[in-house]
Design a protein around this ligand. Structure first.
Ligand code: ATR
Length: 441
């Protein structure tokens, strides 16, 4: 009943908000209430508020003050920092919030709202569709009409606190994780389905892995994704692993059970669904995997499972390709997997299907193979680096073959993880909303 008043999150103070992480999560604009959010009612800028606001603008955030107060008050507050402002904003009416987003040149999805009042600040920002952060008022001594509002806020805040306690926790472990699009994907699915959950990023050192998993278990974190470089290293700390994940020796999805975390590999499904959606046929063709890390294992297995005649694994470090092929050949009692070094790569059969799993491209690097004749021999290629395009993809496009960028695999592995964690089936429409968000980021 009170849901429309619930903030996305609640903090002790504006000054305890971790804006760096929010920036990493894709937010680019912050709309602030002023009075009792940044400074005491009617007060000028303080050293603390100026430091915060200038820091945000230096980092690249657009900043705007949205106040129901009159212009002299709002202008006086804005002058020392030179942000933007709207006075007599008419909060909680949505109009002012949308005008603010327009002035900032942003979108409601990449804009945060920070304020101290539920019935004006948060309610309006929620209706506008923004991520809302409620902070405790700076000054406890308020005017009588605000004191009355605070009395009305009390039962809502109590209900919000009970709701938050029940909020299911999920997240991603890896290093680095700052660039990850997984929170965007999972939190959007949750919003679309009305699921009460939140997905966070956890950057861990290898030495922290075991301890972190036992802490997550104690806290009741229901599910975790695993990314570079822990897809293999996390396995010893799990209570069990699915048969396929165990055979390929890599997991990317953990589900909390009574005994601990159970690991599966939804990267495989991410690749298989990409084949289907892009109408890529592998059966009887030569499969090629570039790279020999955790993602390469899932890629090599997916090609094999789809009926590739051979799977060539090409890697800068030949020994890693060799050990990957040896373990897959043994696990599946086959000799389909063949390892090759970068120099002296094998003859590529016409019509081969290639999956690119190295991290090359994440920072704009050149593809692992730069010989045009390689790409001309392919019929289709899948990139796993989650970028709109990479040098590898540009070469595929130039060769006129079928291609898929890394968003597809990222999206479908997340769909599968979300469905496993929440025992549900996402609809094509829900998946499409997230796909568009990823493509337009
Ligand atoms: P993941 O588990 O996600 O696959 P990973 O285990 O770190 O990540 O694997 C990264 C892959 O990218 C490896 O195949 C790596 O090659 P090496 O085995 O030789 O290290 C490859 N890779 C990363 N940087 C590279 C570079 N500059 N040139 C060539 N290959 C690179």
């Amino acid at each position: 009943m009170f849901r429309r008043f619930y903030p996305s999150e609640m903090k002790e103070s504006t000054y305890s908000i971790d804006f760096d992480t929010l920036y990493d999560a894709g937010y680019r604009n912050v709309i602030f209430d002023i009075d009792n959010t940044l400074v005491k009612h009617g007060a000028p800028q303080t050293e603390e508020s100026q430091k915060l606001l200038k820091g945000l603008m230096d980092k690249g955030f657009g900043v705007l003050f949205l106040s129901n107060n009159k212009e002299p008050r709002v202008k006086m507050f804005n002058d020392p920092v030179g942000a933007q402002y709207i006075y007599k904003a008419g909060k909680p009416a949505v109009k002012g919030y949308l005008k603010a987003v327009e002035m900032l040149g942003g979108t409601v999805e990449n804009t945060l709202f920070v304020g101290d009042q539920l019935f004006t600040d948060v309610w309006g920002a929620n209706n506008a569709g923004m991520h809302t952060i409620l902070v405790k008022p700076i000054d406890k001594h308020e005017e009588i009409q605000i004191v009355l509002k605070r009395i009305l806020e009390k039962p809502i805040l109590a209900s919000y606190r009970r709701y938050m306690k029940k909020k299911a926790q999920f997240g991603l472990i890896g290093n680095p994780v700052g660039h990850s699009k997984s929170p965007l994907i999972h939190n959007t699915f949750a919003e679309l389905r009305g699921d009460n959950l939140e997905y966070n990023l956890y950057q861990l050192e290898e030495s922290e892995l075991k301890g972190a998993l036992s802490k997550f278990r104690k806290l009741g974190v229901k599910g975790l994704n695993v990314t570079i470089p822990y897809k293999e290293k996390v396995i010893p700390f799990l209570c069990g692993v699915s048969e396929t994940a165990s055979k390929i020796g890599a997991v990317n999805t953990l589900k909390l059970t009574g005994k601990g975390y159970y690991g599966t590999n939804t990267d495989i499904i991410g690749i298989k669904r990409t084949f289907k959606v892009k109408d890529i046929s592998v059966k009887g063709k030569q499969g090629i995997v570039l790279g020999a890390g955790g993602a390469a294992k899932a890629a090599a297995y997916a090609l094999y499972a789809e009926g590739a005649s051979k799977v060539l694994v090409i890697n800068r470090t030949f020994e890693k390709a060799q050990s990957l092929c040896l373990s897959l050949n043994q696990a599946f009692e086959t000799n389909v997997f063949e390892a090759y070094p970068l120099s002296g790569s094998p003859a590529i059969e016409q019509g081969s299907v290639c999956i690119q799993t190295t991290s090359l491209g994440l920072k704009g690097e050149e593809a692992l193979i730069t010989d045009d004749s390689f790409y001309e021999r392919l019929s289709a290629a899948i990139e796993t680096v989650p970028m709109k395009t990479t040098d590898f993809l540009d070469r595929c496009k130039a060769a006129g073959i079928k291609w898929s960028n890394g968003f597809s695999m990222l999206l479908y592995q997340a769909v599968e993880a979300y469905e496993i964690w929440n025992n549900c089936a996402l609809t094509a429409e829900q998946i499409d909303v997230v796909r568009r968000k990823l493509e337009n980021e």
